[in-house]
Design a protein around this ligand. Structure first.
Ligand code: SF4
Length: 326
């Protein structure tokens, strides 16, 4: 039986952090045997947050290196740039006729983005973000999309667009399902719910043990635990959430030590840094390999783009046929 197809994508913003790994990459890697994956570099989508992106190509390469270092297999799953497959823009245009402006204005994800990024002038690009995303998914007939909770409304719009297209022109597209990421996203070092480069609260997948240690020293903990022997509340402590992810075997002991006051925050953070660096070590090793073999990374992109193009062209031929363009 043919494997189901899924589409996963990320905007290229440069080097990735452990939040990207926990919130997306880890899931993508585990799905690549079960599904036929297409891994999209959403470089057009970057324009919604910044019009000038002189580093976009470099950021793309850095992100692909992190993807490969984290275990994505480009032989199993093509890795490709949205901007290099022109069929994305054509399908986006067609889809833009199938969804009302009012529906896009109601989209809670766009409202959140406008608020979080303090966007003053909302462009069509912001409103149309989920329309382009629908084109990204449906161009490859993605039956499922691995996403976090915040992206579920976008997948719903994709389903609505597919349904509308199929009703008007005939059955071409699947109604894609959201495949919820298993782990909640990691909070930033400053305690912000979001780990993000723009908030300067990240641990990068490429950070050395010294950098991890330095960053973690400043991480927010339980504010009531002022001195080493004060009893703490691990349930409100950010470092404890990192311990749960990167040091699960010692988590019970840490919880007890924190609550009783036997464990101080400095020791707890040192232990946590060590575990995060142990986790990052093989990623950094693979990263170094790809950084020293950039031609291999470029070949992987070229191959992925060739394979993605074949599927995209076939879908658009089908679309043209049912729309009677020829
Ligand atoms: S001991 Fe560890 S878990 Fe407890 S408050 Fe300090 S850093 Fe957090």
């Amino acid at each position: 039986m043919a494997k189901k197809r899924i589409l996963s994508g990320m905007r290229p913003t440069g080097k990735l952090h452990i939040g990207h790994y926990v919130g997306a990459l880890e899931n993508w890697v585990s799905l690549q045997n079960e599904y036929e994956n297409f891994h999209l570099i959403a470089d057009y989508h970057v324009l919604t947050t910044s019009l000038r992106n002189d580093d976009i190509y470099q950021n793309t390469i850095e992100m692909v290196i992190d993807w490969l270092a984290s275990g994505l297999d480009p032989v199993k799953s093509p890795i490709f740039r949205q901007s290099q497959i022109k069929e994305h823009t054509e399908l986006h245009l067609i889809f833009s006729m199938l969804v009302t402006a009012a529906r896009l204005e109601r989209n809670p994800t766009v409202k959140e983005q406008v608020r979080d990024l303090k966007i003053d002038n909302v462009t069509y690009g912001h409103l149309g973000y989920p329309v382009l995303q629908s084109a990204d998914i449906l161009l490859y007939k993605g039956e499922a999309v691995p996403v976090g909770e915040d992206q579920v409304p976008h997948v719903e719009i994709t389903r609505e667009i597919a349904r509308k297209f199929n009703n008007v022109y005939g059955d071409v597209f699947p109604e894609s399902k959201a495949l919820l990421t298993r782990f909640a996203r990691l909070s930033g070092l400053d305690g912000d719910a979001k780990m993000s480069k723009s908030l300067n609260n990240t641990i990068l997948l490429s950070d050395s043990p010294e950098e991890v240690q330095k960053k973690l020293k400043k991480a927010k903990t339980d504010t009531q635990k002022q001195r080493r022997n004060d009893p703490g509340r691990p349930e409100v402590c950010l470092v404890f959430t990192y311990q749960k992810k990167f040091n699960p075997e010692e988590v019970t002991e840490i919880e007890e030590g924190c609550k009783s006051g036997a464990l101080g925050c400095a020791d707890c953070k040192a232990k946590c840094s060590e575990k995060i660096s142990k986790f990052l070590n093989p990623i950094i090793e693979k990263r170094n390999y790809f950084e020293n073999n950039l031609d291999e990374v470029k070949d992987i992109l070229a191959d992925g783009e060739k394979r993605a193009k074949v599927v995209a062209v076939a879908t658009m031929e089908e679309v043209h046929k049912v729309m009677k363009f020829g």
